[in-house]
Design a protein around this ligand. Structure first.
Ligand code: DGL
Length: 275
């Protein structure tokens, strides 16, 4: 297969990365996409950076084994833990990762109070510290880990009363401090955006970085002459989960994202197999 026609591999701890896959498919409909959700190890956000790094390296190996021309780490937590190390370990591989979108938030903020919601592990990584140093000089940043939110989203609780109570508990104090920008720094969180919008009201601008990440994918592929060619749509998305296929599939049905058939992936002795 010519290099341009090779797939782009995406991964996340579960369904979160589908918010990124959606944006990539809309921007680049000719690209072949592979998606892996590591539901056997979800949530990543409560694990050590070392553990997440080791999962991410094994997933990268498995996706490269499928001939991927680029790896998109469609998970803020895995990007925080592993992006730098993976780039060093695979210097010839193109990686795109998630970075908390503090730059646009700081630029747009009038109140100069910006909120970031993410997993606990994302706030612990070097990546967050570097983003803070680069872009948060003139703003106050309210950092809010949201333990339990990824689990609720994976359970399909996108609009439930209990998810709303959790979100109110985190967001209302941030609103009281004058936040006017809210960065979604976990790829699962766009799936509860309607609820977040209801709680935050029209004054708060919500920033989901997925479209910017899709643009970055396009830019990089174009620079390297790797954009898929042809006139028709790409072949169907291939997806795997290391968790329960039925649970994963029924959740995908519920989301406003592309549909695809899901296959079983297996972990064995620290290596991932994607049949
Ligand atoms: N979607 C992942 C992220 O972007 C969720 C991590 C988790 O499993 O806790 O951070």
């Amino acid at each position: 297969m010519s290099t341009t026609q090779r797939p782009i591999g995406l991964f996340d701890s579960g369904i979160g990365g589908l918010s990124v896959l959606n944006a990539i498919q809309q921007a680049l409909p000719k690209e072949r996409l592979l998606y892996f959700g590591d539901n056997a190890h979800i949530p990543y956000g409560d694990r050590t950076l070392r553990e997440i790094r080791s999962f991410s390296a094994a997933i990268t190996r498995a996706l490269l084994g499928k001939g991927c021309k680029m790896i998109v780490i469609a998970c803020n937590t895995a990007s925080a833990a592993g992006l730098k190390v993976l780039r060093e370990a695979y210097p010839h591989t193109l990686f795109v990762g998630m970075e908390p979108a503090l730059k646009p938030a700081a630029e747009r903020s009038r109140s100069k109070v910006v909120g970031v919601i993410a997993t606990t592990a994302t706030f612990q990584g070097e990546l967050f510290a570097s983003v803070m140093e680069r872009f948060a000089r003139d703003v106050q940043v309210l950092e809010r880990p949201c333990p339990g939110l990824v689990k609720a989203i994976e359970a399909g609780e996108l609009e439930s009363a209990s998810t709303e109570v959790m979100l109110r508990g985190w967001l209302e104090p941030m609103l009281a401090q004058g936040m006017d920008q809210l960065v979604l720094a976990c790829t699962h969180y766009p799936f509860v955006r309607p609820l977040i919008e209801r709680i935050c009201g029209p004054i708060v601008q919500i920033i989901d970085p997925a479209p910017a990440v899709a643009k970055q994918v396009e830019r990089l592929l174009e620079q390297r002459g790797l954009l898929a060619s042809g006139t028709g749509p790409a072949t169907p998305i291939r997806g795997w989960t290391s968790g329960d296929i039925d649970t994963f599939t029924s959740l995908v049905e519920k989301l406003d994202t592309p549909k695809f058939e899901v296959q079983q992936a297996f972990w064995k002795d620290g290596e991932l197999s994607l049949p």
